[in-house]
Design a protein around this ligand. Structure first.
Ligand code: AMP
Length: 453
């Protein structure tokens, strides 16, 4: 399948070719033609499937062809609502990339940063607005955003909006849009509330479902290292030093934990930065940019901060702490092996996390390969007190419901963090570098001319 078969205009095809895209991904092939025809769409797909281009490309083409907007100040004609700031920035970048040859103005607005620069752009006129719900509602409330001329509305990651408690904000925004518009709704899953919303929002929609998880996860080589909790920093430093890992996204369960990992890696002269909800938006964006342009080799993130982050050619994902919710493991390791490329996922599992690993293996329906030969094998084989007790909080979001899956433990002492000492390596024969790593030549140096399959 060629992009030209999807009736995409030559100037957009040139932009896609410039990105090295050779052929459309399945969601692009299915979504672009009906969206170009003006149909509403319900897309059951998640980040990593190429869904951004699936909506951005037809939106750019439709707005460019809309002659009615040629005269006067530009009005917001397309709105993309997305749950996280990082996703918003990425979507805006994608519009600019795919629309590089189009005469359209794009703007992204999200909370946590001054709104002043956005005000000037809004006053000057914008064609495509990408926004997170809270900031957009603020701007609408202040009379700085008017959605009366909206032609196309895209609700991205609708199920995450629900999870993150944004659905009320989303409904408020929808109420400010004209009745007659084209609507595209994307959601990785369709829980009942989203299904209800889709019914009221979409008119005779085309329904598309792509399931990236299985193929994506299939393409990821997965390993687990059994080790004790206090040896995890040393094991991480050991692997980063000895395994030729070019870029690693490390998942920590907590914001505090993420910062601690960064401090420990710095002591080993490994460049690392963290990204989580306690950091200012600018600090998060800088850390992300440094990681993307390879200034920093290691990015340590909590789940919410990392959600949807699209990093080209990320080779390794570390589950430094195993997630409490097994589906989160799939989302995390899906950060690598994007768009059909291979990748490696490494999990660290201490004794207390074994039930979490079992739940993950049940979900993915396979055993994760155990790396036996490493210098920090698990020595503690009894449950131990955990630092946090009771109802866990998700890394930087609202509390998660459901039973805690980790084994019950006695109340934790409230104490200051003890000074960290690198543990002595257990004397163990054959504890050399781990038997994994990127196979030479597996990944192209750049994604140029890299076909999706
Ligand atoms: P998305 O799901 O939109 O976040 O896209 C996931 C990744 O796939 C991004 O890095 C895109 O640049 C890349 N991508 C999107 N469409 C294509 C394509 N047709 N060919 C190759 N890569 C693509």
């Amino acid at each position: 399948m060629q992009f030209s078969q999807l009736h995409i205009s030559p100037s957009i095809i040139r932009a896609l070719e410039h990105e090295g895209y050779v052929e459309p991904t399945p969601i692009q092939a299915q979504a672009i033609p009906p969206v170009l025809e003006g149909r509403d769409l319900l897309g059951c797909a998640q980040t990593g499937t190429g869904k951004t281009a699936a909506f951005a490309v037809p939106v750019i083409q439709l707005l460019s062809a809309d002659r009615s907007a040629a005269a006067g100040k530009r009005k917001i004609r397309a709105l993309v609502l997305t749950p996280t700031r990082e996703l918003a920035v990425q979507i805006d970048e994608s519009f600019r990339t795919y629309g590089r040859n189009a005469d359209l103005r794009y703007l992204v607005v999200y909370g946590g940063v001054s709104q002043k620069p956005s005000e000037a752009h809004l006053k000057a006129g914008v064609d495509v607005l990408v926004a997170t719900p809270g900031r957009l509602n603020d701007l609408i409330g202040q009379g700085l955003v008017d959605l009366q001329d909206l032609k196309i509305f895209i609700l991205d990651e609708a199920d995450r909006m629900l999870d993150m408690g944004f659905i009320h904000d989303v409904k408020k925004i929808i109420a400010k849009t004209p009745e007659k518009k084209q609507t595209l709704l994307f959601s990785a899953t369709i829980p009942p509330e989203i299904s209800k919303m889709a019914d009221s929002l979409l008119v005779n929609p085309v329904k598309i479902s792509v399931t990236p998880d299985q193929p994506t996860v299939e393409a990821v080589e997965q390993y687990v290292y059994f080790t004790d909790r206090e040896n995890k920093p040393a094991l991480l430093a050991h692997l980063l030093k000895n395994s030729g890992i070019e870029s690693a996204l490390v998942f920590s369960r907590t914001k505090h934990g993420a910062d601690k990992i960064v401090r420990l890696l710095h002591r080993e002269f490994i460049r690392a930065e963290s990204i989580h909800g306690n950091k200012s938006q600018n600090a998060r964006q800088t850390a992300l940019n440094n990681f993307k342009n390879r200034t920093t080799r290691v990015l340590v993130a909590t789940d919410i901060a990392a959600r949807g982050i699209d990093i080209d050619e990320l080779s390794h994902v570390f589950n430094y702490d195993l997630p409490e919710v097994p589906e989160t493991y799939v989302h995390r390791i899906g950060r690598t092996a994007r768009a059909g490329l291979g990748g490696t996922a490494i999990a660290f599992c201490d004794y207390d996390e074994k039930p979490l690993l079992a739940a993950i293996e049940k979900l993915i329906n396979k055993k994760v390969t155990v790396v036996e030969d490493h210098p920090y094998p698990m020595l503690i084989h009894t449950p131990r007190p955990r630092q946090q007790q009771g109802r866990r909080k998700s890394p930087d979001g609202p509390p998660q419901g459901g039973k805690p899956k980790a084994p019950a433990a006695p109340p934790a002492r409230k104490s200051a963090e003890p000074p960290f000492e690198w543990p002595n390596r257990p004397q163990r024969p054959g504890g050399g570098p781990p038997a994994f790593g990127r196979r030479p030549g597996r990944r192209p140096a750049r994604r140029k001319n890299n076909s999706y399959r």
